[in-house]
Design a protein around this ligand. Structure first.
Ligand code: GLC
Length: 753
C-alpha cells in the first residue's frame, strides 16, 4: 500500500477518535487511547494476526516447523496477519520484513522481532548460571544492557530472556540458563536482567522488551529430563517457582513465556489458573504471554487437546496471547470466534496487550528505529562491551579449593603446563545459547594466558568431542581415544605446575541437553588421574554449564576454579584470576552434588521428621552409601582474602523491621570482595518451612585488615510465606538467623516475631 493511502487511513482513524468514538480511553495522545483506536479499526483476522508469531526463514530454535513456508509467511505479513517474527536478524533483513508489514499491509502495524539474546548477542557474556555466581546485581544488569544495545542495533526489539526458572536438578541441561536453586536470589537477578534489557525508557532505540520464562515449573522436570512431567505441591509452586515471576511482573516485564511442561496434569500453555487467575488477575500483569515453540500444538501430544483447533481454543481461553510456531491461532481462531466458541473479547484482550507493547517500544513512531545498519557496524563487538564482558566473567568465577595457597600463581613461575582440549577451545566457552554470535570468537584460556604474558607449554591430552557439534545436533563425546595422553603426561612430568582445563562442551548443556552422569565427560577423568600420577601440583579449571560431581578432584587436586562458560572474554578472565590480578569473589548458586544419586539436592530443604542421625540407628533420612551433604553448598566460594565474622547482633524491638548486623574483617593482606548472606529458619509454621532460606545478601570490598559492619532488615516480606491456598501469610513464632559466607556456616542467632 502506498504511503499516501496509509496516511489517509491513519488520518481517518485519528478523525474517528477526535469524534470521541467509544474507546476505553478517548485521550488519543495516550498509548491506551491509541491502542483502542487502532483496535477499533482492525478486522478479526488482523487482530488474530497480532497473536501469530512466525520463525525466521533459516534459523530454528525448535523442531523445524512443519508446513508453512517463506512464501506463505510473506503473504501473511502483507495481509497484516503476522504480529511478530523470531530468529530474523541483521538490520537489513529486519528492515526488509518490517517494510513489507508497514507499507504492505492495510493498517501498517509494525512487527515485533524477537530473539533469544540470553547472555549477549555478538559479544557473549558468561552463561546466566555463571553471572548469577557473581551475586553482583549491578554487573548483571550492565551485562543485560550490553546485550540489549547489540541486539537492538541489529533490529531486535524483544528478547526471550531472562529465564527465571528455579531448578534444583543439575541433570537438566537448562540450569545453565537460570540463576540456580534459590527463589529470593533468582528474583533479584531476574529483576536486574529485566532492567538491563528494558532500561528506563522502552521507546529508546537501544532498549528491548524482556520476557520472563518459562511460566511455570519447567525447572522441576522429573529426573531432570528436559520437557518431562512436572508434578509438584502447592507450597513448592508458590514459595519456590512463582516468586521470580511475580517479581518480574512487579518490575514491569513486558512479556511472559509459557513452559512446555504439564504442571500437575495441565499443560502450562493451557493453564488458566496460572495465566488468568494468578498472572493476569491476581498479579495484574498488563503485558502479553507468548507460548513456547509450538507448545500450543504440543498440548495434543500431552493428551490434553484433541487436535490443533482444540488446542488453540484452550490456549486462548487460558490466557496465552501469542502463538509461537504452532500456526494454531492463525488457522482456527477466526472460525472459533464465528462459531461462538471463543468470545471476541478474548481476541481483543490479547491483541490489545500486544499492541500496547508495540506502542511502548515506539514502533508506531518509527518502525525502522532498530534497523540502522550504521549503528550495527558501530556497536557490534564495541570495546565497551568487551570490557563489560570481561568484568562480568571474572566476577562469575568461583574458587572452590585452594590448598596451601597454590593460587594465585606467579607469572614468573617456571615450567607451567596447560593441558586439556577446552583450554584451546574458542567455541565451548560461548555456551549453547549463542544464537547470534560468531563461531570461534571466545578468547580461549591459552590465548588469555598469552595475553597475560604467561609462558607455558600446552598439550591437549585428548579431544573432548569426536566432531564439532551445533545448536541442534547431539554432542558426540570422545570416550575412547587416549592417544594424546603420553604427550600430556610427559609435559606434566617436566613441569612445576599444571593447569588442567576440563569440563563440558558448550553444547552439552542448554535445551535438550539433560545428562544422567554429572562426572567429567569422556576420558577427562582418566586424563586428570594420569597427570596426577606424575605431578600433583595441579590447578583444575572447570569449564561447564551445570554442577558436576567432581568428588575425586576435590579429594586429590589442591586448587579448583569453577570457570563455567564465560563467553567472549573467557581466557582473559581466567588468566586474571589464576595470576591474582583479580581476586575471585564468586559464590555458587546451585549445590554441587557428591553423587548424581543425591539429585535433586538443594540447601533450602525441609528438615523431615528424621533429619538427625540417632546413634547406631539406621532409621533416619540418609543414604547408606553417600552423605546427605553436597560437595559444595549453595552460596559457597573462596577468596584469596580471608574474611572473619564477629559480633552478630539482632534487634527485634520493631517486629516489622528486625535489624540484623555483623562485623566482617578482612584478616589477610589481599583486598577482596565478600558476599555476606543472611538466612532465616522459621522453626514452627502452619506449613513446614525449609531449614533455612536466603533473605538477604550484600557484596562489598574490604581492604587488607579492614572491618565493616554489614546490616540487614527483615520485615513481613522476608518472614512470610505462601500457605497451601496460595495466600501470603506471616506467622508469629521463633526464628533462627544465620549470617555468613555460605549456606552451611555462619554466626547464629534467634528472634521471636
Ligand atoms: C525454545 C526455548 C525458549 C526459546 C524459544 C524461541 O524452544 O524453550 O526458551 O525462547 O524456543 O527460541
Amino acid at each position: 500500500m502506498k504511503i499516501k493511502t496509509l496516511y489517509l487511513v491513519w488520518a481517518f482513524i485519528v478523525l474517528i477518535i477526535s469524534h470521541g468514538c467509544k474507546t476505553k480511553d478517548n485521550n488519543t495522545n495516550s498509548i491506551e487511547g491509541k491502542v483502542e483506536a487502532l483496535l477499533s479499526e482492525m478486522t478479526i483476522e488482523e487482530k488474530i494476526g497480532q497473536m501469530n508469531q512466525y520463525n525466521g526463514f533459516w534459523d530454528v530454535t525448535g523442531p523445524a516447523p512443519s508446513g508453512g513456508d517463506a512464501k506463505m509467511k510473506y503473504e501473511h505479513i502483507k495481509k497484516g496477519w503476522v504480529g511478530s517474527m523470531l530468529n530474523v536478524r541483521g538490520a537489513k533483513q529486519v528492515r526488509e520484513i518490517q517494510k513489507l508489514a508497514v507499507e504492505g499491509s492495510r493498517l501498517g502495524i509494525p512487527i515485533l522481532f524477537g530473539l533469544d539474546v540470553i547472555h549477549g548477542y555478538k559479544t557473549i557474556a558468561p552463561i546466566p548460571l555463571a553471572e548469577a555466581a557473581s551475586w553482583d546485581l549491578k554487573a548483571i544488569k550492565k551485562s543485560a544492557r550490553t546485550a540489549a544495545i547489540e541486539a537492538s542495533a541489529i533490529g531486535i526489539n524483544w528478547t526471550f530472556a531472562p529465564m527465571v526458572d528455579v531448578s534444583r536438578d543439575a541433570r537438566w541441561g537448562r540450569v545453565m540458563e537460570g540463576s540456580g536453586e534459590d527463589p529470593y536470589l533468582g528474583a533479584k537477578i531476574g529483576i536486574a536482567r529485566i532492567k538491563g534489557f528494558q532500561g528506563k525508557d522502552l521507546s529508546a532505540p537501544n532498549t528491548i522488551a524482556a520476557c520472563a520464562k518459562h511460566f511455570a515449573g519447567y525447572g522441576f522436570a522429573e529426573a531432570g529430563r528436559d520437557y518431562n512431567t512436572v508434578d509438584i505441591g502447592t507450597s513448592t509452586l508458590y514459595n519456590i517457582i512463582l516468586p521470580p515471576f511475580k517479581a518480574a511482573v512487579e518490575n514491569n516485564v513486558k512479556t511472559i513465556m509459557n513452559s512446555f511442561n504439564i504442571l500437575n496434569g495441565i499443560p502450562s500453555t493451557g493453564n488458566a489458573s496460572l495465566m488468568r487467575d494468578i498472572l493476569k488477575d491476581e498479579w495484574g500483569f498488563k503485558g502479553f504471554v507468548i507460548s513456547d515453540w509450538a507448545s500450543i500444538a504440543e498440548m495434543t501430544q500431552h493428551g490434553f487437546s484433541k487436535d490443533l483447533k482444540d488446542a488453540a481454543e484452550v490456549a486462548v481461553k487460558a490466557g496465552c496471547d501469542m502463538d509461537m510456531e504452532s500456526y494454531g491461532y492463525i488457522k482456527y481462531l477466526a472460525e472459533l470466534v464465528k462459531a461462538g466458541k471463543v468470545d471476541e473479547k478474548l481476541i481483543d484482550d490479547a491483541a490489545r496487550r500486544i499492541l500496547r507493547v508495540k506502542f511502548e517500544l515506539g514502533l508506531f513512531d518509527d518502525p525502522y528505529k532498530y534497523c540502522n545498519e550504521e549503528r550495527e557496524k558501530e556497536l557490534i563487538y564495541h570495546k565497551d562491551h568487551m570490557e563489560a564482558a570481561l568484568d562480568m566473567a571474572r566476577k562469575s568465577i568461583v574458587l572452590l579449593k585452594n590448598e596451601k595457597q597454590l593460587l594465585p600463581l606467579k607469572k614468573n613461575q617456571k615450567k607451567i603446563a596447560v593441558i586439556g582440549a577446552l583450554a584451546a577451545d574458542k567455541n565451548s566457552p560461548l555456551g549453547s545459547w549463542r544464537i547470534g554470535s560468531d563461531d570461534n570468537t571466545a578468547v580461549s584460556v591459552i590465548e588469555g594466558l598469552k595475553n597475560h604474558k604467561v609462558s607455558f607449554s600446552y598439550a591437549k591430552g585428548a579431544n573432548l568431542v569426536i566432531e564439532q557439534p551445533t545448536f541442534t545436533t547431539v554432542v558426540k563425546i570422545n570416550k575412547t581415544d587416549k592417544s594424546g595422553f603420553p604427550e600430556a603426561v610427559k609435559l606434566a612430568q617436566s613441569s612445576e605446575v599444571v593447569i588442567m582445563v576440563l569440563g563440558e562442551h558448550g553444547f552439552q548443556t542448554g535445551e535438550g541437553r539433560s545428562r544422567t552422569d554429572l562426572g567429567l565427560p569422556g576420558v577427562q577423568q582418566e586424563l586428570l588421574e594420569a597427570v596426577y600420577k606424575v605431578n600433583r601440583n595441579i590447578v583444575l579449571v572447570l569449564m561447564n554449564g551445570r554442577p558436576l560431581t567432581i568428588t575425586w578432584a576435590d579429594e586429590h587436586i589442591p586448587a579448583i576454579v569453577e570457570a563455567w562458560q564465560l563467553g567472549t572474554q573467557t581466557g582473559n578472565a581466567v588468566a586474571q584470576v589464576l595470576f591474582g590480578d583479580y581476586n575471585p569473589s564468586g559464590k555458587l548458586t546451585m549445590s554441587f552434588p557428591r553423587s548424581v544419586g543425591q539429585v535433586p539436592i538443594y540447601y533450602n530443604h525441609y528438615s523431615t521428621g528424621r533429619g538427625n542421625n540417632v546413634e547406631g540407628n539406621v532409621f533416619w533420612s540418609h543414604y547408606i552409601d553417600e552423605s546427605n551433604s553436597p560437595l559444595y553448598p549453595f552460596g559457597y566460594g573462596l577468596s584469596y582474602s580471608k574474611f572473619d565474622y564477629s559480633n552478630l547482633t539482632i534487634d527485634d524491638t520493631d517486629k516489622n523491621k528486625i535489624k540484623v548486623s555483623v562485623t566482617v574483617t578482612n584478616s589477610s593482606k589481599t583486598a577482596g570482595e565478600e558476599v555476606t548472606q543472611l538466612y532465616i529458619h522459621d522453626r514452627t509454621a502452619s506449613v513446614a518451612r525449609p531449614v533455612k532460606e536466603l533473605k538477604g545478601f550484600k557484596k562489598y570490598r574490604l581492604a587488607p585488615d579492614e572491618s565493616k559492619t554489614i546490616t540487614f532488615e527483615l520485615g513481613p516480606k522476608e518472614l512470610g510465606f505462601y500457605n497451601n491456598n496460595g495466600k501470603f501469610i506471616v506467622e508469629k513464632g521463633d526464628f533462627d538467623v544465620m549470617v555468613g559466607s555460605n549456606s552451611q556456616s555462619g554466626l547464629k542467632g534467634e528472634f521471636t516475631l
